[in-house]
Design a protein around this ligand. Structure first.
Ligand code: DGL
Length: 271
């Protein structure tokens, strides 16, 4: 299924919940004139501990919701879907280009490492899929990848516990092993993790470079739109259209934490 696109068509972005707002923020900063349609599957977050069959079904639903808006491209702002169901999204998009945070993060990490030792943290599903290591090794077979699932980071970010002693303890426990394996680069392989970036940075050796897949995908989006002549040059500064599958009470506080601005109108969508 495809449709006619123009440079003024929106960019569709989705995640399992609100983690993908870190991608919305990065894309908005890099391309302020683009219209963004965002869907966060807040009713079914987290995806990370779920099976591949379920994640693939959710990915198809999420894509279908965005396709109603006839986007010019889709950004998979969820590493878990990028790792386990990218082909499902591509199939549902037809000729509309799809990019995912995983490949963008892997590319930037390979460019950044000097000693060819890269750490990756992500959800259980992302790390078990081995997709980061496979993608990094396709780009550079010499690079060694050290992966660690950090499942508790997702609820800690969703709870807004960005400066809490419990988060510091959990970060110290999860990240300890990166001291021994000599990585010089660490990929935040889950779009929720940039929310906890300060604690992650404070826990790690300061020489380790952190790769935020949200920033990586914003760079890739610009390249892709430039290459295809699809940049929106109308100069209008549109605020994103937000859709969620559930509107939790704490949503507006969490939105403010992720985006640094007040919550705009949100549309509730049934999944
Ligand atoms: N934000 C999602 C990702 O990047 C994970 C959160 C979840 O477990 O749903 O993988």
């Amino acid at each position: 299924m495809s449709h006619k696109v123009t440079p003024e068509s929106p960019i569709g972005i989705f995640d399992s919940g609100i983690g993908g707002l870190t991608v919305v923020k990065a894309v908005q900063a890099a391309l302020p004139q683009e219209k963004i349609i965002y869907f966060g599957d807040t009713a079914r977050v987290p995806y990370g501990p779920k099976s591949q069959v379920t994640i693939r079904k959710y990915a198809a639903d999420d894509t279908a919701i965005l396709m109603r808006y006839q986007p010019k491209m889709i950004i998979v702002a969820c590493n878990t879907v990028s790792a386990l169901a990218f082909d499902v999204v591509e199939k549902a998009c037809g000729t509309i280009p799809v990019i995912g945070v995983l490949k963008a993060g892997a590319r930037l990490a390979v460019q950044a490492t000097k000693n060819n030792r890269i750490g990756v943290i992500g959800t259980q599903a992302t790390i078990c899929s081995n997709a980061y290591a496979a993608t990094i090794n396709r780009l550079d077979p010499e690079t060694q990848v050290f992966s660690k699932a950090c499942p508790l980071f997702v609820p800690l970010a969703e709870e807004g516990m960005i400066d809490h002693p419990a988060t510091k303890l959990i970060a110290a426990d999860y990240l300890r092993e990166f001291e021994a394996n000599g990585i010089d680069t660490l990929v935040l392989g889950c779009t929720h993790y940039p929310i906890l970036r300060r604690i992650i940075e404070e826990t790690l050796c300061p020489a380790i470079r952190i790769i935020d897949s949200a920033e990586a995908i914003a760079l890739r989006t610009r390249e892709l739109l430039e290459e295809s002549g699809m940049l929106n040059n109308t100069g209008e500064h549109a605020s994103p259209h937000l859709m969620v599958s559930d509107l939790p009470q704490k949503f507006s506080r969490i939105y403010k934490l992720f985006m640094g601005s007040e919550l705009p109108d949100v549309e509730l969508v049934e999944v």
